[in-house]
Design a protein around this ligand. Structure first.
Ligand SMILES: [Fe+2]
Length: 220
């Protein structure tokens, strides 16, 4: 009875049609997400309690973490899969590719990390647009992949809502952060997320969880 009082009112996973959290930093020791294997397992346990059926690990591939390559991340991902005690939580590996100077080499030297062989999750910096970011999106398309822009609702300082909608019209898919709907990133971001949601622009949803606090704070 007591614990029931503290259950979230709605299951967060209802935003995700197949119950998959499509953006998370569950892999330990590779970026600013989970720091230890125990922390990775704790995050998975919290996601399961929220009703998620699985999660896509999307570690940052960015010049700040030059050690993250498709090869190295596959090794850590395999360690995580082996450490997860039960098989009823699906884990997939992709990446969150920053469209920075590092991107073209990372994207072309190895087969890029995609959750389904088709889609590539990309992000932009919060405060300035990289010079060649549109060329990088074209490069993704030229290689036969579909770019999915991570949390577009958070780019209010670099792109207008109209410019973001124009990207969607050009075939760039959107991934929304559930936390944006909860007001994690401010009122403007929440409103833009609601607008994009009403316009059915989100292809994926994710927690973008870096730690337990981020999951525990999620309330819809
Ligand atoms: Fe992220």
């Amino acid at each position: 009875m007591f614990s029931a009082l503290f259950q979230p009112k709605f299951k967060l996973c209802t935003l995700c049609p197949d119950g998959m959290d499509m953006h998370s930093h569950l892999l330990w020791g590779v970026d600013d997400g989970a720091r230890t294997q125990a922390e990775s397992l704790e995050l998975i346990s919290l996601l399961k309690k929220r009703g998620f059926r699985g999660a896509c690990c999307t570690p940052h591939v960015i010049s700040r973490y030059p050690w993250n390559t498709a090869t190295s991340l596959k090794v850590r991902f395999r360690e995580l899969v082996n450490a997860v005690p039960d098989e009823d939580f699906e884990l997939r590996l992709a990446a969150e590719y920053m469209l920075d100077d590092h991107f073209e080499r990372q994207f072309t030297e190895e087969e890029p990390l995609s959750p389904d062989g088709t889609h590539i999750l990309v992000e932009l910096p919060q405060y300035r647009l990289p010079d060649a970011w549109m060329d990088m999106l074209l490069l993704i398309k030229d290689r036969g992949y579909v770019p999915v822009l991570a949390h577009p609702e958070r780019y209010g300082k670099i792109l207008t809502p109209e410019e973001l909608a124009a990207l969607a019209a050009q075939g760039i898919l959107f991934q929304g952060n559930i936390g944006s709907l909860c007001g994690f990133y401010g009122q403007k971001c929440r409103e833009l997320a609601r607008k994009f949601q009403q316009e059915n622009l989100y292809f994926w949803w994710g927690t973008d969880a870096h730690n337990a606090i981020m999951i525990n704070k999620l309330r819809l």
